[in-house]
Design a protein around this ligand. Structure first.
Ligand SMILES: Nc1ncnc2c1ncn2[C@@H]1O[C@H](COP(=O)(O)OP(=O)(O)OP(=O)(O)O)[C@@H](O)[C@H]1O
Length: 549
């Protein structure tokens, strides 16, 4: 049986065939087809004007396969990439399912045993019955392969500890430890674990990656790995008694320190599974005006992405941004320790989606102490972040106080960014406004950083990471960045700029709301976003001139 396949063609493969007379001449209106005969694939060029019957006849004449034995099908090109970067390419019929692809992978070698394979696409685990046509809607697709290796596990008691030895076969892929559930990071490793703790496999923590071209920064890989290691050894998430939403401290494998904080979206304030018993939102609006329930994690991750270091957008291994937002990533997580009011069942795979943020060791929050001890620069960096992101939840409890280095220098760490990038300025609050440091002018360094900010590039960056900012949020963000840049250029202090964004009294509009209203009235209905922003810029200049020193 000869299988004739019309298939998407990779540019490189096309180029390599271009001048080869063996596959026929390459003319602009020619199509490359594949003739697949018992496993081997022979490329062949035909013309767009050729009929199927004439192609089949040519195949019969030149290759010797009878027309009646030929089958024409439209194949999908699928690339399967392992976590180690190994790639396999398959051409498969669209009506095949994931189970079939696994069988093809299994044929590639003993290390790809069928029962060990787990395939994902765009961060989503694929069940065997899923049809390829459903998954690969836009033709070529890249599937990711994780091989879950079984290993020999031996435990023996050593004084008060168990010594646990895990041995995996030598072909085991060392990097297959990102997924979590069955990870074994070394070929043969020995762990000491406290008495009575068992190796558990009823959990999962995995990053959600919308754009496959994004390489996870090392710090994020490490965050997921240490969190997963802790769960693996049996150290449960510990629910925070503070905060209005569900927040869980995740422990490392020693059980002696926290490594991350997980905040599931279904446990946010006013979401269905909120553990603090807050009422469920009736219209989807979050606890703060201009935010949505269930989007807190997106905003937390966005704050980390947008907190660029001074040198520009964060490079692969750079951990700290200008304001020091702890590394944050969107994950899906499965563990019985979270809030499941209906009961937890691992088999039902009811994942929790949420933000996973690196835990920062601290000596309390700014709420616990007077502001005098905070270095001016530390307060200023937070003011820059909050003004840019129009943060609607910057109370002093959301700034951690840490001691850094040998001299115990105070460093402020901003956390809890679930109410950043709102649709409106209605609920902006900044506790630092009333601290003396806010009345000091920005340093030249900080002004240079502010000058380098670019709201349009930031909106694109968020899009690249999978969040297409809604129009209203993008507008707020553009205006707040504009205000920060103009204010800093005019030599205004964080207090003066921040005050423009916050209301004096609940009933009175803030200055920024007044500016927006005036700008709206100055443009014709139906004007473009650009025209509206020009109008905001014009009104803002006038109002800032009134405030300038
Ligand atoms: N990255 C972090 N490092 C250390 N502790 C953290 C971190 N993130 C949150 N926490 C702590 O976890 C607890 C709850 O976190 P958080 O304040 O973010 O939750 P929340 O429900 O959003 O709170 P809020 O009611 O203030 O909006 C707080 O005690 C906070 O100090």
């Amino acid at each position: 049986m000869a299988n004739v396949a019309l298939s998407p063609v990779y540019e490189e493969s096309l180029n390599s065939f271009k001048y080869s007379s063996h596959f026929g001449p390459h003319l602009d209106d020619s199509i490359l087809i594949y003739l697949s005969v018992s496993g081997s694939v022979i490329p062949m060029r035909i013309m767009e004007t050729d009929s199927i019957a004439s192609v089949k006849l040519r195949i019969q004449t030149f290759k010797g396969f009878f027309v009646k034995k030929q089958k024409l099908s439209n194949l999908l090109a699928i690339t399967v990439r392992t976590v180690c970067g190994k790639e396999f390419e398959f051409h498969v019929e669209r009506n095949r399912n994931v189970g079939y692809v696994k069988q093809q992978i299994a044929k590639k070698g003993k290390e790809f045993d069928l029962k060990d394979q787990e395939l994902t696409c765009g961060g989503e685990a694929l069940e065997d019955q899923r049809l390829l046509d459903d998954i690969c809607k836009y033709n070529d697709a890249v599937l990711h392969l994780l091989v879950k290796r079984s290993a020999k596990v031996r435990a023996k008691t050593v004084e008060k500890d168990f010594e646990l030895t895990i041995e995996a076969s030598s072909s085991f892929e060392k990097k297959a430890n990102i997924g979590g559930e069955y990870q074994l990071s070394e070929l043969s490793l020995t762990h000491k674990i406290p008495e009575r703790k068992q190796l558990r496999r009823n959990f999962l923590v995995e990053p959600i990656i919308v754009n496959l071209s994004i390489k996870l920064p090392l710090v994020i890989e490490e965050l997921i790995k240490t969190t997963s290691d802790g769960l693996q050894i049996g150290n449960k998430p510990i629910q925070s008694s503070e905060g209005s939403g569900g927040a869980y401290f995740m422990q490392d494998s020693s059980g002696l320190k926290y490594v991350s904080v997980f905040k599931p979206i279904d446990e946010e304030p006013m979401a269905v599974n909120n553990p603090q018993g807050l009422p469920v939102s009736v219209d989807g609006e979050g606890l703060k005006k201009g935010t949505r329930v269930g989007q807190g994690a997106l905003r937390e991750v966005a704050a980390y992405i947008l907190d660029h270091p001074k040198e520009g957008p964060r490079s692969y291994d750079k951990e700290n941004g200008f304001a020091g937002v702890p590394p944050t990533v969107m994950v899906k997580c499965l563990h019985g320790g979270f809030n499941y009011p209906e009961g937890y069942d691992y088999a039902s795979k009811s994942f929790k989606i949420g933000s996973l943020q690196k835990f920062r060791k601290n000596i309390g929050s700014c709420e616990d102490m007077g502001p005098r001890a905070f270095p001016v620069y530390e307060v200023h960096k937070i003011s820059v972040l909050d003004i840019r992101l129009a943060n609607a939840d910057r109370h002093a409890g959301n700034i951690l106080v840490c001691k850094d280095g040998e001299d115990g220098q105070i460093v402020l760490i901003p956390i809890d960014h679930g109410y950043c990038l709102p649709e409106s300025f209605e609920d902006c609050t900044f506790d630092w406004l009333y601290w003396p440091q806010a009345r000091e002018p920005y340093s030249t360094d900080t002004i240079d950083y502010i000058k380098s900010l670019d709201a349009e590039a930031d909106i694109e960056l968020l899009k690249f990471h999978g969040w297409d900012l809604p129009l209203e949020c993008a507008r707020t963000f553009r205006i707040s960045t504009m205000l920060l840049k103009k204010g800093a250029e005019k030599g205004l202090t964080p207090f003066s700029i921040g005050s423009i964004m916050c209301k004096d009294t609940l009933k009175k509009k803030s200055v920024i709301e007044q500016i927006i209203q005036e700008a709206e009235e100055a443009v014709l209905p139906g004007s473009s976003e650009g025209a509206f922003l020009d109008s905001v810029s014009w009104v803002m200049d006038r109002r800032l001139d009134e405030l300038s020193p």
